[in-house]
Design a protein around this ligand. Structure first.
Ligand SMILES: [Zn+2]
Ligand SMILES: [Zn+2]
Length: 312
């Protein structure tokens, strides 16, 4: 499924089967998660994708000798810039991303640099493992950045929040889910997964931290006003609408506002080791590969709970 231009649906195309170069794996795609970042690409909010791009960066694929691998967003880093050399390859100046700079997993076959693929346990179901590779990884990195916060607010309850809730609960944190007004389905879903409160207004008590998954800048002052002194607000999306001006009072009291960008391979190793121990149980809705555009439309509409996954 090929992204050709902003504003038009992905196009089903017969393309040549890729061949693995030096250090690459040729993978038969078994499942590929759909992420909000894919929407930002097709909507033109991330505006430098490769030409005739095959999107998709939560790939579970199989080599011809039967080994299972996960391919995440981080597809390549230079290893020599200051960020790479200081353990921050997620910020690499020259990074290349799967399903953006490099063709991704909305396809039957893909190739990926073996050094950035994660070996997956053969028992893992591809459909259930796919959302761990971005929703899970980015959620985990965002959760790490809130430190030991006990009362955690999650703004936007999609694929990432449904995984973070499970991890946070297993760590003894209390979870408060803030959704769009009238989104009763997401609110019940959050409660089922262990959130102690779900609603569209401010939570009933102060938060120690908040993670904003929804790409809505107006949530930033709202989240800052909900966290207590010394609290942190993490913006976990790659794109957000403009943040409205807000009073310094909201930041005063040593509150921290920060973003989380991409992932390091270390995040992946840690999270994929942790997930089965929680255990994280992903809720997925499968779509045939050819219906990638419907999956994107459903994601945009918030019509599906949990994670959306394409299956070739
Ligand atoms: Zn993603
Ligand atoms: Zn670098």
């Amino acid at each position: 499924m090929v992204f050709e231009r902003v504003g038009s649906p992905l196009v089903e195309r017969a393309v040549e089967k890729p061949t693995a170069g030096e250090g690459q794996l040729l993978l038969e795609v078994l499942a590929c998660g759909v992420c909000r970042t894919d929407l930002h690409i097709v909507d033109g909010e991330l505006d430098r994708p490769k030409q005739a791009l095959i999107p998709g960066h939560q790939i579970v694929g199989r080599t011809d000798d039967g080994r299972l691998f996960g391919v995440p967003w981080l597809g390549w880093t230079c290893g020599t810039c200051g960020f790479c050399r200081s353990g921050r390859e997620n910020l690499c100046d020259n990074a290349r991303f799967t399903g953006y700079d490099i063709d991704g997993g909305f396809a039957e076959w893909t190739v990926a640099d073996a050094r950035y693929c994660f070996p997956l346990h053969p028992d893992w179901h591809p459909l259930e493992a796919a959302p761990l590779l971005c929703a899970g990884l980015i959620g985990y990195r965002a959760l790490r950045l809130v430190g030991d916060a006990e009362r955690l607010g999650l703004y936007g309850f999609g694929a990432a929040a449904h995984i973070v809730t499970q991890v946070a609960r297993s760590q003894g944190r209390r979870v408060f889910a803030i959704t769009r007004q009238g989104d009763d389905a997401s609110q019940s879903f959050a409660l089922e997964l262990g959130a102690e409160w779900a609603g569209s207004t401010e939570p009933p008590e102060e938060l120690d931290a908040a993670i904003i998954f929804a790409p809505a800048g107006e949530l930033v002052p709202r989240a800052l006003s909900a966290v207590t002194k010394g609290g942190v607000v993490v913006c976990a999306g790659i794109h957000m609408s403009e943040i409205p001006a807000f009073s310094y009072d909201l930041l005063w009291g040593e509150r921290t506002l920060r973003s989380v960008a991409n992932l390091t391979r270390r995040d992946g190793d840690e999270f994929l080791e942790l997930a089965p121990r929680v255990p994280v149980k992903t809720h997925t809705t499968a779509y045939p590969l050819a219906q990638a555009s419907s999956a994107l439309a459903d994601l945009r509409a918030g019509a599906v709970q949990g994670a959306l996954v394409l299956v070739p």
